[in-house]
Design a protein around this ligand. Structure first.
Ligand code: LLP
Length: 435
């Protein structure tokens, strides 16, 4: 990713802006989103899926990164939006996303969330379990609405990714297994329920998956199962939603597919399988999150101390860490880095990049070769668009960084930097007892 970024003189530029201008204007740590890179990728998805025999919904998995700006942008470009909580739903609605273009996911949608979503006119519920089925039916009946649902099924595919982000194994907490005897009777109940419209099936095999074969197998299993369901109940499947999970580049260890080539092969595979089994869903949907946004995001930090220890690599301390990017501590995720103001200097030293949290594990990068690092330099970690800001925390009462979108030499703040005031906004002083 760093290889694709523009360098001017000795300095990194993002969206036509020198990194020093960004840090001067907006401070650090800072999440920077290269808007053209993002919209180009949105167009790649849309273009590849334009000329099929089936219709497609490209549904942005907003858990990867969402805020009003992002939700507005993806919906402007015609994407649908996947939400998994009342908060993500609220954000999408406030951003003006058409409720009909929202998919509501999650294994434990709360009664209030279901209520809000039904009232808002959310276009599709991805049903997870029988309790949710009951709640949804009650709500639909009360509101006098017929709700479109997909059933989340588990096709039992083992995708090779980190265990925490694997989803379609047989003991997964998500959905119902296609091998479970109870699943067809459950589908029957949904079909016969006059408050629900059974529109089809959904599956998601995991995240950061690189094996094309896993995605192809998912297509085969899902289409086969859909055919089964069609024949068993003499219905026609309206939609098959195949989820997201397309792997992306973080470091040289990752070997992602070239996106448009992969999508071409994927679509061909879908088309031939659909033809072979003679099944014609109106819509085949996918739900990319990471593969849409990750490469467009970078995080900028200011280097504080550079500290030698008695053993190991010298530390570079940055003004953020696990609070703005918990992926290394959660998943041992790896990243690359560069010193944004020394792009013309060769690497001379291996460093370890650590954050400022009171926690030994708060290490963003275990080892990275860089030019000589000095206090005040700007460290850039690219490929941080997905699951960083959206998983950030206030641990140690550290304020969340700002999010800035950049394009053509211009910048707009999408999310303001948090302040100390924000940190205590919901706190109360003791009122009920004399101390
Ligand atoms: N659809 C469903 C139903 C999902 O559960 C997910 C991700 C996606 C789509 C989008 O997957 P993507 O295209 O982004 O891989 N926090 C973890 C990733 C968790 C993914 C959860 N579900 C991480 O930082 O790696």
């Amino acid at each position: 990713r760093l290889g694709n970024m523009e360098v001017d003189n000795h300095e990194l530029k993002i969206g036509g802006l020198a990194v020093s201008e960004l840090t001067k204007k907006f401070g650090t740590p800072l999440y920077v989103i290269d808007q053209k890179d993002l919209t180009d990728r949105i167009h790649t998805f849309l273009a590849q899926f334009k000329s099929n025999t089936f219709g497609t919904h490209i549904i942005y998995a907003s858990k990867a990164f969402t805020n009003l700006y992002m939700a507005q942008l993806v919906s402007k470009y015609g994407l649908y939006v996947d939400v998994v909580s009342g908060g993500e739903l609220y954000t999408a609605l406030k951003a003006g996303v058409d409720p009909k273009k929202i998919y509501f996911h999650g294994n434990n949608k709360l009664p209030k969330e279901i209520d809000d979503a039904v009232k808002a006119g959310v276009g599709c519920f991805v049903l997870d379990n029988e309790v949710e089925y009951e709640w949804l039916t009650e709500t639909a009946e009360r509101e006098g609405k017929k709700i479109r649902v997909l059933l989340r099924v588990n096709p039992g595919i083992e995708a090779h990714t980190h265990e925490y982000i694997q989803t379609a194994k047989n003991d997964s907490k998500f959905g119902v297994s296609i091998f479970d005897q109870q699943t067809l009777p459950f589908i029957k109940r949904i079909i016969e329920n006059k408050h629900l419209h059974f529109a089809g099936l959904h599956a998601h095999i995991g995240s950061q998956v690189f094996e094309e074969a896993s995605f192809f197998k998912e297509v085969d299993e899902m289409i086969k199962y859909a055919k089964d369901v069609e024949q068993t109940f003499a219905i026609k499947m309206d939609e098959l939603n195949l989820g997201g999970g397309f792997g992306v580049y973080y470091t040289e260890e990752d070997k992602p597919f070239e996106l448009s080539q992969f999508l071409k092969r994927y679509i061909q595979h879908i088309e031939s399988t659909v033809a072979e089994l003679d099944i014609t869903p109106n819509t085949i949907s996918i739900e990319p999150g990471r593969s849409l946004i990750n490469a467009s995001g970078s995080t900028l930090y200011t280097i504080g101390a550079v500290k030698k220890t008695m053993a190991g690599y010298p530390y570079i301390f940055v003004d953020g860490g696990m609070t703005d990017n918990p992926r290394p501590i959660l998943y041992q995720a790896k990243y690359e880095a560069a010193i944004a103001n020394k792009m013309d200097e060769a690497a001379t030293q291996t460093y370890r990049i650590a954050g400022k949290c009171c926690e030994s594990g708060d290490v963003l990068i275990k080892e990275v070769d860089l030019p000589k690092a000095e206090t005040g330099d700007t460290l850039v970690i690219p490929s941080t668009g997905a699951y960083t800001y959206s998983m950030s925390s206030n641990y140690n009462r550290i304020e969340r960084p700002a999010v800035v979108f950049v394009e053509d030499g211009q910048a707009q703040v999408a999310v303001k930097r948090e302040t100390y005031e924000d940190l205590i906004r919901n706190d109360e002083m003791i009122k009920w007892k004399e101390l």
